[in-house]
Design a protein around this ligand. Structure first.
Ligand code: SAH
Length: 462
C-alpha cells in the first residue's frame, strides 16, 4: 500500500486551489462539501465556480498565484490548466512543508483524491493508487447502489446511543464486541436498512441480554492452509466478533486480517527448532480469557482437529466448565491435493488414504511401514520435511518401489507455493535441492495431474 488513506479534518482549515477551469472545478466539486475555507486563486473562474462563489462556498482572488497564498494553508491543489505551472506551485508548496495535489500528475502529488460514496458522516473512499480511475468509479457505482441513503442518519443515531452503551458496559473491549454483535457481519447491507427506531430497539434488547452474560466461550476454528479465500464463512463470522484471538505460527496474516482491529491477538506458535508455548500455558490462556467473559477464538492452521492438539484443549475446557464449539477448516493435505489436481482416492487403486505425521512427541514418528509400502498405499505426511530421509529409508526398507511417485507441496494455496514432483528414491535429495523448508505436505503415491497426463502420453506412444 503506497498511499495511506486518511480522513483529514477540514474544520477551520484553509485549502488553496490554484486554477479556475475544468481541473479546479473537478476538485472543488468534492471540496465544497467539506467544512474547509476554500481559497480559489485564478484570473478567471468558470460559471460553475462562480455559482459556488455566489453561494458563499468559497473565496476568490482574481489574479495569478503568488507565494504568499501559501501562508496558513493546510492543503494545496495545483489545478491550473498548465502542467508546468502546477509543478512549480507544487514544488514551492512542498518546500514549505505543505501537502500538494497536482491535477493529473500523479508523480507530483503528495496525496491523491479517492472516489467517494458520501453518506456523511459515513464516507467510503475508493482508491486504486492511480492505476484505474474507471475501476474506482465502477466500485463506487456498486456501493452507491448497495448502501442505503439513510446510512448517515443511522450513524448519527448510533453516536447518540454510544453514551448509554458506555454507561452500561464500561470495558472498551466488551463494548466493541457489543457493537460488532449489533452488526454481526451477516448480510450487513440489509441490516443497515433498519430504521432508527429498529436500531434503538435492537441496542436496548442487546443491552438487556448483555447484563445477563457472565462467562465467555471458546471456538476452535480452522484457519485453512493460508489463502484467505479458503476460510469458511463460519470462521470469518467468528473472527469478526472475537475479543481474543489465540493463534498459531502457520495462521496467515490474510486470515488474521478478518479479525477486528480492537481484538487482543495472542501468538502461541512455535518457530521450527525454537521455543514453543507449552500446551498447558495455551490451555490456561484460553480458559482465563473465557472466564473473564471474553469471546475467544483458538485459531489453528488447516483443520483444528488434525495434528492440532485440539483434544487436549477441549479436555481442559470441559474440566473448567467452559462452553466451546468447533469450526472445521480445510486441512493442508486437502489443499495440497487440490493444487496438484490429484484425487486423494482412486476407484480400484486405494480404498484408504492415511494422514500421517513425520514427527511425534518422541521424534521421527514410526508407522505401519509395511502396510504403507505395499502396492497402492497412499498417504499425506504432515510435518514431514525434516523426517523425509527417515520416511524414505523406512519405506524402501519395507519393500516400497523406488519410483513410487511423491509430490511435495510447500505453502499450499499461498502465493509462495512450491510443488516438487519426485520419487521415493529421490525424495530427501529433492527436498534439499529445492530448498523446501516447510510448511509442506508430502503426498506419497501421488503425482501432479499434468505430469500424470504427460507420462500417460509417453507410455501410449511407446
Ligand atoms: N491442523 C493443520 C496441521 C497442523 S500440523 C492442518 O489441518 O493442516 C503442521 C503441518 O501442517 C506442517 O508441518 C505442514 O505439514 C502442514 N501445513 C500447514 N499449512 C500448510 C500449507 N499451507 N502447505 C503445506 N503444508 C501445510
Amino acid at each position: 500500500m503506497r498511499y495511506l488513506p486518511i480522513h483529514v479534518d477540514t474544520k477551520d482549515a484553509q485549502i488553496l486551489i490554484v486554477g479556475g477551469e475544468g481541473a479546479a472545478e473537478a476538485k472543488l466539486r468534492t471540496l465544497i462539501k467539506s467544512d474547509a475555507h476554500l481559497h480559489v486563486v485564478a484570473p478567471e473562474i468558470s460559471p460553475e465556480i462562480t455559482r459556488w462563489l455566489d453561494k458563499g462556498l468559497l473565496k476568490h482572488s482574481s489574479r495569478d498565484f503568488q507565494a504568499s497564498d501559501l501562508e496558513g494553508i493546510r492543503l494545496v491543489y495545483a489545478a491550473t490548466e498548465d502542467d508546468e505551472l502546477n509543478l512549480e506551485i507544487g514544488d514551492l508548496a512542498r518546500s514549505k512543508g505543505l501537502l500538494v495535489n497536482a491535477a493529473d500528475q500523479k508523480e507530483a502529488c503528495d496525496f491523491i483524491t479517492p472516489a467517494l460514496v458520501d453518506r456523511s458522516p459515513v464516507i467510503v473512499s475508493i482508491g486504486t493508487e492511480g492505476t484505474s480511475p474507471s475501476l474506482a468509479r465502477a466500485v463506487k457505482t456498486d456501493l452507491e447502489a448497495r448502501l442505503p441513503s439513510g446510512l448517515g442518519t443511522l450513524a448519527l443515531i448510533i453516536n447518540d446511543l454510544r453514551a448509554r452503551v458506555k454507561a452500561a458496559i464500561p470495558s472498551l473491549a466488551r463494548r466493541q464486541l457489543f457493537w460488532a454483535d449489533i452488526f454481526d457481519g451477516k448480510d450487513l447491507v440489509s441490516q443497515l436498512r433498519v430504521s432508527g427506531e429498529g436500531l434503538t430497539q435492537r441496542v436496548e434488547d442487546k443491552l438487556e441480554g448483555h447484563n445477563k452474560r457472565k462467562v465467555g466461550g471458546v471456538s476452535l476454528v480452522g484457519a485453512g492452509p493460508g489463502n484467505p479465500d479458503l476460510l469458511t464463512l463460519a470462521a470469518r463470522q467468528k473472527l469478526h466478533s472475537a475479543d481474543v484471538i489465540v493463534y498459531d505460527r502457520l495462521v496467515s496474516q490474510g486470515v488474521l486480517d478478518f479479525g477486528r482491529r480492537e481484538a487482543e491477538y495472542i501468538y502461541v506458535g512455535k518457530e521450527p527448532g525454537g521455543k514453543s508455548t507449552p500446551q498447558d500455558e495455551i490451555n490456561a490462556i484460553i480458559i482465563k480469557k473465557a472466564l473473564d467473559g471474553d469471546t475467544v477464538i483458538r485459531l489453528k492452521s488447516g483443520d483444528p482437529l488434525i495434528f492440532g492438539r485440539a483434544d487436549e484443549e477441549i479436555d481442559a475446557l470441559e474440566t473448567a466448565g467452559i462452553s466451546y464449539d468447533i469450526v472445521p477448516g480445510i486441512t493442508s493435505a486437502a489443499s495440497a491435493a487440490a493444487e496438484i489436481g490429484a484425487s486423494l482416492t482412486t476407484r480400484g487403486h486405494n480404498k484408504a488414504v492415511s494422514f500421517l505425521t513425520g514427527h511425534d512427541a518422541k521424534g521421527f514418528a514410526e508407522h505401519d511401514w509395511k502396510g504403507l509400502a505395499t502396492g497402492g498405499a497412499r498417504a499425506a505426511v504432515y510435518m514431514g520435511v525434516g523426517a523425509s530421509g527417515f520416511i524414505q529409508g523406512r519405506l524402501l526398507m519395507h519393500g516400497a518401489e523406488k519410483d513410487l511417485p511423491v509430490t511435495v507441496v510447500e505453502n499450499a494455496s499461498r502465493e509462495s507455493q512450491i510443488i516438487v514432483a519426485t520419487t521415493l528414491e529421490r525424495l530427501a535429495e529433492d527436498i534439499k535441492s529445492n530448498g523446501i523448508k516447510g510448511p509442506a505436505i508430502l503426498l506419497l503415491g501421488y503425482k501432479p495431474r499434468s505430469i500424470a497426463e504427460d507420462s500417460f502420453k509417453t507410455e501410449a506412444a511407446q
